[in-house]
Design a binder for this molecule. Structure first.
Ligand SMILES: C[S@@+](CC[C@H](N)C(=O)[O-])C[C@H]1O[C@@H](n2cnc3c(N)ncnc32)[C@H](O)[C@@H]1O
Length: 349
């Protein structure tokens, strides 16, 4: 058991915590309660155990645990995490979304060193690992799912270049990467040093841990990226409609912000159709993406066969849109569609 130096001296209370939490006493969030074990009754330990047992994320994520405890019972509300010193950088509580902490790599995060370790369905991607991440051998980590969606480094660099101040509206100073994944694009954006703020959102904690690790590996300034563990549609909706519910660090000016979105690709005919119907794209259709981001300029990173007639319909006020094919070694990998936002000054002229 990995207790901290704050371990309560009274072993009776500690034993109570140990007996009730069982194996979950080793969870990083459970450890935060131990210094205050004297004030925590058995009933509260039981609630904590119940929440930790049923919610793996709550074992790592203080905000998640706090929320679930509050939902679990009124008694749990008395376990004020800030009073417990659970989060030294404690923000005012009650915000629906806040910046993610640095998450630990988990058993779902892998650095495969050789082909023999790689699951069969990832072998093809593994053989392209250096064009995905040129620093792969330095210790890049990915979840198995992340291999299928990560943007190859040359493409990520090209996109970052297109969005540089010389090539894109320099008044845009904040970039939201709505689907952060293992960090392919987020890292390239950060290394371009063009953005005052980068907000990168990923809903899967294991994948976010890989992205944070990979950003460090690539030498990205830790302050350059604000990470969010959560649903990017939820975040953008709150940003547009109820920014006061967001942690102050997550509130940004829509006029000076743009969104980059590389959603998962799927849906009927996505691999086979000559022209892919973006209204059937899964899990998020073109319209769903556009509806979410339409107040801001957005660059959508889409399948290479995407139907550009559907994209053209998104142009506000009959403007022309720019659409780009991103190629690696002569073969197109993806299509990028630049859509101006409704509130951007450019679209009002
Ligand atoms: C195609 S990958 C993005 C790859 C990323 N650009 C990179 O280079 O690593 C899509 C990612 O979006 C995440 N995701 C899917 N739906 C999401 C949502 N609603 N909010 C935040 N992340 C989401 C998935 O877990 C997945 O990691």
């Amino acid at each position: 058991m990995a207790l901290t130096e704050n371990e309560p001296t009274n072993s009776v209370e500690l034993q109570l915590a140990r007996d009730t939490l069982g194996p979950f006493i080793d969870a990083p969030t459970a450890q935060l309660f131990l210094p205050q074990a004297r004030q925590i009754p058995q009933a509260a330990w039981e609630i904590i155990r119940n929440v930790l047992e049923n919610n793996p994320q709550a074992r790592e994520d203080v905000a998640c645990l706090t929320k679930l405890l509050a939902e679990e019972s009124q008694a749990a509300l008395d376990l004020n995490m800030a009073d417990l010193g659970a989060n030294d950088t404690a923000e005012p509580s009650g915000f629906s979304l806040k910046p993610a902490e640095r998450l630990p790599l988990t058993e779902k995060c892998h650095h495969y060193a050789g082909q023999h370790e790689v699951p069969w369905d990832i072998q093809k991607y593994f053989s392209q690992r250096y064009s995905i991440f040129s620093y792969y051998d330095d210790g890049v980590y990915m979840t198995d799912d992340a291999w299928f969606g990560v943007t190859p480094e040359p493409v990520a660099n090209q996109i970052a270049y297109e969005l540089s101040e010389d090539h894109y509206d320099p008044k845009k100073t904040t970039l939201i990467d709505a689907f952060g994944g293992a960090g392919g694009n987020t890292i390239a954006f950060a290394l371009s040093e063009r953005w005052e703020r980068i907000i990168s959102i990923e809903r899967d904690a294991d994948t976010l841990a890989c992205a944070q690790h990979n950003a460090e590996l690539y030498g990205v300034d830790p302050d350059a990226i604000t990470w969010i563990l959560g649903d990017s549609f939820d975040y953008v909706d709150k940003l547009v409609n109820s920014p006061e519910t967001l942690h102050p660090d997550l509130r940004v000016d829509l006029q000076t912000t743009m969104v980059f979105a590389s959603p998962p690709w799927g849906g009927p005919g996505y691999r086979t159709d000559e022209v892919f119907d973006l209204s059937t794209m899964q899990p998020y259709s073109l319209n769903q993406l556009h509806e979410a981001y339409k107040k801001m300029d957005h660059l959508l990173f889409l399948p290479r066969t995407s139907d550009i007639r559907q994209i053209a319909k998104l142009a506000p006020g009959g403007q022309k849109l720019e659409v780009i094919q991103y190629c690696v070694e002569g073969a197109s990998k993806a299509m990028g569609a630049y859509i101006p936002g409704e509130v951007s000054p450019a679209s009002e002229e």
